[in-house]
Design a protein around this ligand. Structure first.
Ligand code: AHR
Length: 518
């Protein structure tokens, strides 16, 4: 009798689940235009940003050669292995706001002789300078990433910039190159990207766009772009929707620039005094977070329109070199260290932003999420000798096939949903032809409740098989825990079918799906 009751109970529960899955499945259509390939999707769209901030560098990357935590020349091996695995293409360093107070000479030479400074921007914490130019280059090299160095404009001068660049890149016998050799590096470092200032409208000097454009021109006169220093020169760009900044700076200084940056952070509430929690949030917060992050699309459109006017040949790249979620810090942590946890919401949000970036890669050539480790929307969190790979990390990993792919237009009609008052499209998506010749389709389902049955007309694409990965979880704020197998991580996706020239994807609620068509 007890067994019969249990069986009946289970059957009822199963029926109820099936009914609710049915009721919660939205239908949508899309058309793939495989015969109209778009712009290349640079691998640098998947870039990182690592600042001297909280435990972003110290503990996160640098533990020192004498640490018990396994390391290579002081750089933690677990972190390097994870980043390498996610094929991180570029790392921006040393800031952020930190960059405009940074003196590069503090971070070279014997470590025990380096000065200790106060990190004024980030909690006044001690900055030992143990991690400097050589250590950063070693870190980037171990990860297999290119170096993006941000130089100090706000509190420095062109001489300091010129000398740092010569120190890093000169192949000659000059004193700066010799000094680099004396510090252990014979060959010049490769520095393919150099940022000239950071947030010069704010922490980088409180400049007007006119003033910064003049400063940029002055610095660029001493930049000496040549065979030793072929770096892409990146101007300090706008905050969010401030297109006047982009307009004035590209008009007045654009001809000396190869790229200009843009920063846009997602705060659930939009209020810097009470941004919203990283975990334990409700559906309203989920909806608001996605509503705000999707503004990335119109923000990009506005800046691109301005750039198209001032740079019609599209020579200047737009680098979104800071973006991601910014929540209230974890209770009990230093407010200046910007430590926040990372949940499924962050993973889905990362994917939604990738899908947006893929639409604008004619102009958007690089993005750098803030920040790699232990800060804001991190890939990795560390705790002593343990690390945890976040849902954001796994979103990056799932999108690796999009690195250096070619965008394919995907016309989507996504139903609008109302998430506790926030009206957002249920999902967004993108497609590309990968370097391996396969066609990839990625979907970020932003609905916390509803699955999506997506029918994609494949046009002329002849594909026989579909396989891929899905990342989802039961709870909106599910996250991975230290010392445990990750639960918010990609698993094989079984919801894809191809019949004739239609691909059907059954995408679960609050998920990221990436499939390959072969
Ligand atoms: O990423 C944290 C900070 O946000 C950066 O230092 C600064 O550039 C931005 O305001």
């Amino acid at each position: 009798m007890a067994m019969a009751k249990t069986f009946l109970g289970a059957a009822v529960a199963l029926l109820a689940m099936a009914a609710s899955a049915q009721a919660g499945e939205l239908s949508a259509t899309a058309t793939l235009k495989a015969d109209q390939p778009g712009a290349p999707i640079s691998r640098y769209i998947y870039g990182q940003f690592s600042e001297h901030l909280g435990a972003g560098i110290y503990d996160g990357v640098w533990v020192g050669p004498d640490s018990k935590i396994p390391n290579v020349r002081g750089i933690r091996s677990d972190v390097v292995a994870a980043l390498k695995d996610a094929k991180v293409p570029v790392i921006r360093w040393p800031g952020g706001c930190f960059a405009d107070e940074y003196r590069w000479r503090d971070g070279i030479g014997p470590r025990d002789k380096r000065p200790s400074r106060k990190n004024n921007w980030w909690g006044g914490s001690p900055e030992t300078n143990a991690f400097g130019t050589h250590e950063f280059m070693d870190f980037a090299d171990q990860v297999g990433a290119d170096a993006y160095v941000s130089i100090n404009v706000g509190s420095s001068d062109p001489t300091e910039m010129r000398e740092w660049i010569e120190y890093m890149t000169s192949p000659g016998d000059d004193t700066l190159a010799q000094e680099r050799r004396a510090n252990g590096r014979d060959k010049p470092f490769k520095v393919p990207f150099i940022g000239i200032g950071n947030e010069s409208w704010g922490c980088g000097g409180e400049m007007t766009p006119e003033y910064y454009a003049n400063e940029y021109r002055r610095f660029s006169a001493f930049f000496h772009k040549n065979a030793d220093n072929p770096a892409v020169r990146i101007g300090s760009g706008a905050n969010a929707s401030d297109t006047n900044w982009t307009d004035v700076v590209t008009k007045n200084a654009g001809r000396f620039m190869d790229a200009i940056s843009l920063h846009y952070y997602t705060l659930p509430t939009g209020n810097w005094d009470k941004k919203g929690a990283a975990t334990g949030f409700d559906k309203a917060a989920w909806g608001q977070t996605f509503s705000r992050t999707l503004k990335m699309d119109e923000i990009l459109q506005k800046h691109i329109a301005v750039m198209d006017k001032n740079d019609p040949k599209k020579r200047i790249g737009l680098y979104v070199d800071e973006w991601g979620t910014w929540y209230d810090v974890e209770p009990g942590t230093n407010p200046g260290h910007l430590y926040q946890l990372n949940t499924l919401r962050d993973g889905v949000l990362a994917a939604a932003n990738f899908n947006i970036f893929h639409r604008y890669t004619e102009r958007v050539k690089m993005t750098n999420i803030a920040q790699t480790i232990n800060v804001l929307q991190a890939m990795i969190l560390t705790q002593g000798d343990k690390i945890v790979l976040t849902p954001t990390y796994y979103a990056y990993k799932m999108y690796v096939p999009f690195q250096d792919s070619t965008a394919i237009p995907l016309d989507v009609t996504a139903p609008e949903i109302d998430v506790a008052g926030a009206k957002i499209p249920a999902f967004n998506a993108s497609a590309a032809k990968g370097k391996d010749g396969k066609t990839y389709v990625a979907v970020a389902n932003m609905s916390p409740d509803d699955g999506v049955k997506l029918s994609v007309a494949l046009g002329g694409l002849k594909a026989k098989s579909v396989s891929g990965q899905v990342m989802t979880a039961d709870k909106m704020d599910a996250m991975n825990a230290f010392g445990a197998k990750p639960t918010v991580a990609p698993v094989p996706f079984k919801g894809g079918k191809i019949a004739g020239d239609t691909l059907t994807l059954s995408i679960p609620a609050k998920s990221v799906v990436v499939v390959a068509l072969d």
